[in-house]
Design a protein around this ligand. Structure first.
Ligand SMILES: Cc1ncc(COP(=O)(O)O)c(C=O)c1O
Length: 385
């Protein structure tokens, strides 16, 4: 049997499938439709079978699984005590801002970006210094001078690598430049690397903190099994803080809001990183095939829609501006095609003409959605003619 299955999620507790009416094809929130590797469920079942379900604390063996996985996958040698377990990456970057910045300060990041990352500086009384990425020769690139300007006025750099929504993977040179900015301008580095297990086409993800001991010493790196192994509902993640003083401040910033981690999430996470490599490789192949299918079919289905194929993950960031639709692109496709996308404005102001499409699904569903979207555009054009 194939490692990957995409069971029908209609009628389940899935947020993705419950938010809209049953006739809508949901290609919005960032979870995939694939059933998790059965070895993850086995590990959770085995933990349940122990019977006692008290408050947990990660065991040494669970830390070791991650230490080994980071070395295996990214060539990054970390120490077990650098790990701090969390109920999610989003609480992690908010805790980091709370721990390492002060109200009235500033944090910089590259836009468009995942909405909770964009919103986070505002939660902590910080000004967001925006640097806009532009599609350049098929890749999303930020201007170095604009990065330098923002860095001069910022206390923290929030990085999202691989990037959501553009799907770009930063190169070593790009990471070195950003690390150097942090060192030169005395910024703390908060790096959300939640999508790093899904780099495609044989690329290798480079954790920015692995570049040098100097950058490691001012960094918080956030990772999880949730995207790669499609277990985001387990709400379990981890931070890596190599510097002991920073780690203590980070732990202190839990401030009664973030408690211990779900024991079933820890069991699932260890199984994923430790045992489910063939599943991860299979999902990468599926995603690359879906991405390529979308890139091949979109120009014929919706001429004028622009896409830069992603280098990682399951998200396509699509520019529908040339279609001059009568509403934000996501609203247009929801109303007229019954396909739910994420609206561009979640990722930055003024992006109504853009939408993010989640292709982490069965290829048949993707084809069906594309067909519906093409028909909706065709119909609209006929009405306008
Ligand atoms: C870049 C990024 N960071 C964080 C998250 C959320 O992570 P969590 O559910 O662990 O808080 C997501 C989910 O889509 C994401 O894309």
């Amino acid at each position: 049997m194939s490692l990957l299955t995409a069971p029908d999620r209609r009628g389940t507790d899935s947020n993705k499938w419950r938010r809209y009416n049953a006739d809508v094809l949901p290609l919005w929130v960032a979870d995939m439709d694939f059933a998790a590797d059965p070895r993850i469920a086995d590990a959770i079942r085995a933990r349940l079978d122990e019977g006692v379900l008290g408050y947990g604390r990660a065991m040494d063996a669970q830390r070791e699984v991650l230490v080994h996985a980071l070395l295996r996958d990214h060539g990054w040698r970390i120490e077990p005590e650098w790990l701090v377990f969390l109920p999610g990456v989003e609480p992690g970057f908010n805790m980091a801002l709370s721990a390492f910045t002060s109200t009235g300060g500033s944090a910089m990041q590259e836009l468009p970006v995942y909405a909770p990352l964009r919103a986070a500086p505002g939660h902590w009384g910080l000004t967001l210094r925006e640097v806009w990425q532009r599609p350049t020769h098929g890749r999303w690139i930020s201007d170095d001078a604009a990065l330098e300007d923002a860095a001069r006025a910022s206390d923290a750099l929030l990085l999202c690598n691989p990037q959501n929504p553009t799907g770009r993977v930063y190169t070593r040179a790009e990471l070195e430049f950003r690390a150097e900015l942090c060192l030169r301008h005395d910024m703390v580095l908060i790096s959300d690397e939640i999508h790093c297990g899904l780099v495609l086409d044989g690329r290798r993800h480079i954790p920015i903190a692995s570049l040098s001991p100097e950058i490691a010493a001012r960094s918080v790196t956030l990772m999880a099994a949730s995207k790669t192994w499609n277990v985001p509902g387990l709400k379990t993640a981890f931070a890596i803080l190599p510097e002991a003083g920073m780690r203590a401040r980070f732990e202190a910033s839990k401030r009664g809001m973030v408690d211990s981690v779900n024991i079933l999430g820890l069991a699932g996470m260890s199984a994923a990183y430790g045992q489910c490599i063939d599943w991860r490789d299979a999902v990468r192949d599926r995603l690359a095939a879906n991405r390529d299918m979308l890139a091949a079919q979109l120009p014929a289905a919706i001429p004028d829609a622009q896409i830069q194929p992603a280098e990682a993950g399951f998200l396509a960031w699509i520019d529908f501006r040339a279609l001059a639709l009568p509403a934000p692109a996501a609203s247009f496709f929801l109303d007229r095609a019954r396909v739910a996308l994420s609206c561009g404005t979640e990722f930055g102001e003024g992006l109504e003409g853009w939408a993010r499409l989640n292709y982490g699904c069965a290829p048949e569903l993707l084809e069906q959605a594309l067909q519906r979207m093409a028909e909706a555009v065709q119909e609209y054009r006929e009405q306008q003619a």
